[in-house]
Every structure is written in structure tokens, then in C-alpha cells.
Design a binder for this molecule. Structure first.
Ligand code: SAM
Length: 352
């Protein structure tokens, strides 16, 4: 039988003392909120599942509070990626006393490519069990939402960390965002983030941490979410296509879905092709977006792709841009809107 599941670190100054010692005033610009209670940092790491002997990449370690909880569970190696170099001394101190290798990387996680970060021996086929590699992080909300969209795109393409197989993530989000990610059909939280996350991952909203547990205290509570990439996405189509259809349909969350479908096509063919698309997908035009399952979105995406086969330029049609330029401009770069726009989407709810 295995002995103790956690190891004790040699005595270290408390995180609170390190913050004082190195004058690590939380920077508002980086939305830094530190989690001081080791029971909570332990709980986040526990939510990741068994990490013993695996590899962990922690994003946004700050002074190293979650990092301590990770090390105590004895993975074979920890890599951290932190943007703020002021945390170098406290992280170096931790690296020196860590019984396992702790590697420090400084930079922006948004540009951090993990294709070569992990041990090749930990690479698994996509259909195989998940590799013993975990991504863990308590990031600022303004980073975690765009980051998960970027990572879903990487999961769809099986690049970045997902070159190693179905790498699991345990991340924090604003509680409302966590609820949207896991929201079931018909719920008031159901939005495009729900469809995007649930298409490529199993989403588990593990628990909520009250805002008062952080220093300084954010105005919102925090949801801890575990995401496990699925073997077969419900919609096996490219990320950009799924993103565009889901975004357009959810642009009018409380209206009949035909209203959103119409925004996929330029004005002259809008009515005809929207009706054709809904018929091909077998969806009643008076269904509302939050009443659609992920697989019904899949049928909509397939019908859209079929229509675009005869006129590929429809794939580039951008409804918002066309509002200011009736010559239906073609926009190549499809983007998932950020958290602010997710809130915009929900503003629509209150209007109807
Ligand atoms: N892990 C610590 C904790 O739980 O107390 C700190 C969490 S604090 C909410 C977020 C951390 O992410 C900060 O240390 C901040 O400097 C870092 N951070 C913010 N933006 C980042 C980015 N784009 N890339 C990497 N780290 C980032």
C-alpha cells in the first residue's frame, strides 16, 4: 500500500510573511487576488484528481501558495508560468526547498506553447486514457475566460498541451462564468460558452470559493472548474465553424433561433438559406437557443457547412461588420468574444 499521500515541505516563511518581506502588494493591473488559506489551496489541487507522479503546469502561481499544495502531493515535476517577475524570490525559495523539480517560467500564459513542456513518455493517444499531465491555475478572470477559449481551440486541433493527449485542467473562474460553462439545456445560465466547453470537454463545476477568502477581496465569488477533454467531441467540426454558428445563434438568446441563424448569411439570401438550414438540421424555427442540445447545435453546424460548400464565401460573412458596410465584408479572422461580451449576451436576457 502507498504510504502518506502528501509530503511536508521543510519549514518556509508563511505566504503572508513572504508578501510582506518582498513587498508584494497585489497589483490591480494584473487582477491579483491571493488565496491565503492552505485548506482552500489544497482543495483546488485535490479537485484536479490524483497528480502523484504526474507532471503539473501551474499558471499564475503568484507567491506560490497553490504551488505548495501541488508539491505536497508529489507530482514528478512542476512547471509554473507567471507574468509578474516580482514573485521570483518567493518562487525560487520554494524551488530550493522542494523535494521535486520546480521549474519557473516567466511570461504570458496566453502566448505559452506547451508542445515541448512535458516528458514525451507521458504522451498518450487521444483515445487512450488521459495523460498524467495536469494544468492548474487561479488566474485573474480577465485572463481565464479568453484563455479557456484559446485552449478549447487547441483541444480541437490537438496542439499546445493537447499534443500529449487529453490533458485535464483545473481552473478558477468568476462563479457566474463557471455556472455558464457547466449550464445544462433549458437553464438560465445556458450560453455559447456552455456549448463550446461541453462540446470539447466534460465540465465539472467542483465548488465555489467566497470572494472573502482572497486578499484583496474581489467583488465576486470564484468557481473551481475541472475540464476533461472528451474522446469524441459531439460536434466533430473545426473550432472556427462551431464558434461562428454558436455565437450567431446565441446573439439573440431569448428569441427564436431563426433570428440568430439569419445572421450567418448576407441579406439577399438570408431568409431563404436560414429556412433551408433549419429544415436540413431538423430544428423548429421557433426553438430558442437555450433549448438546443449540443448535438442539435451539431446538426445546425453540419447544415451550415453543407450550404457553404456551394458558396465558401459565406464562411467569411460577418454580420456585425455588415451592419456598417452593406457590401457584406468578408472577415477571415473569426474571434470568440471575451468575457465582457458574454455579459453583453446576458444583458439581452433582461430586455425580453
Ligand atoms: N496562485 C496565486 C493564488 O492563488 O493566490 C495567485 C493568484 S492571482 C489571482 C493570479 C496570478 O496570475 C498572479 O500571480 C498574476 O501575476 C498571474 N497572471 C496574471 N496574468 C497572467 C498571464 N497572462 N500569464 C501568466 N500569469 C498571469
Amino acid at each position: 500500500m502507498a504510504t502518506s499521500r502528501v509530503v511536508r515541505l521543510p519549514p518556509l516563511p508563511s505566504i503572508r510573511d513572504l508578501i510582506k518581506l518582498y513587498k508584494l502588494r497585489a497589483m490591480k493591473e494584473l487582477s491579483q487576488n491571493f488565496l491565503m488559506d492552505p485548506r482552500l489551496t489544497d482543495r483546488i489541487v485535490k479537485a484536479a484528481g490524483p497528480i502523484k507522479d504526474g507532471e503539473v503546469c501551474e499558471v499564475g502561481p503568484g507567491p506560490g501558495n497553490i504551488t505548495r499544495s501541488i508539491i505536497q502531493r508529489t507530482p514528478s515535476r512542476v512547471v509554473v508560468i507567471e507574468k509578474d517577475r516580482r514573485f521570483t524570490p518567493s518562487l525560487e525559495l520554494l524551488a530550493e526547498s522542494s523535494p521535486i523539480p520546480l521549474e519557473l517560467t516567466f511570461g504570458d500564459v496566453m502566448n505559452f506553447n506547451m508542445e515541448k513542456t512535458f516528458n514525451e513518455a507521458n504522451l498518450r493517444e487521444w483515445e487512450d486514457v488521459c495523460p498524467p499531465i495536469h494544468l492548474i491555475g487561479n488566474l485573474p478572470f480577465n485572463v481565464s475566460t479568453p484563455l479557456i477559449i484559446r485552449w478549447l481551440n487547441a483541444i480541437a486541433s490537438r496542439n499546445n498541451a493537447w499534443r500529449y493527449g487529453r490533458v485535464r485542467m483545473t481552473l478558477t473562474f468568476q462563479k457566474e462564468v463557471a455556472e455558464r460553462m457547466a449550464a445544462p439545456i433549458m437553464s438560465k445560465e445556458r450560453c455559447r460558452l456552455s456549448i463550446m466547453c461541453q462540446n470539447w470537454c466534460r465540465v465539472e463545476h467542483k465548488f465555489t470559493i467566497p470572494g472573502r477568502a482572497f486578499v484583496p477581496k474581489p467583488e465576486v465569488d470564484v468557481g473551481v472548474v475541472r475540464l476533461i477533454p472528451v474522446k469524441n467531441p459531439v460536434i466533430p467540426l473545426p473550432f472556427d465553424v462551431v464558434e461562428k454558428v454558436v455565437r450567431c445563434v446565441f446573439n439573440y438568446r431569448q428569441k427564436y433561433c431563426i433570428r440568430g441563424v439569419e445572421t450567418l448569411f448576407p441579406r439577399p439570401v438570408r431568409e431563404k438559406l436560414s429556412t433551408e438550414m433549419l429544415i436540413a438540421a431538423g430544428i423548429e424555427s421557433d426553438t430558442r437557443p437555450f433549448q438546443l442540445t449540443v448535438s442539435e447545435f451539431g446538426r445546425l453546424c453540419s447544415a451550415y457547412v453543407d450550404i457553404c460548400k456551394s458558396t465558401p464565401d459565406y464562411l467569411k460573412y460577418n454580420y456585425r461588420a455588415s451592419k456598417t458596410n452593406e457590401n457584406w465584408p468578408l472577415v477571415d479572422n473569426l474571434q470568440f468574444d471575451d468575457q465582457q461580451n458574454l455579459s453583453e449576451e446576458h444583458k439581452d436576457d433582461s430586455k425580453i
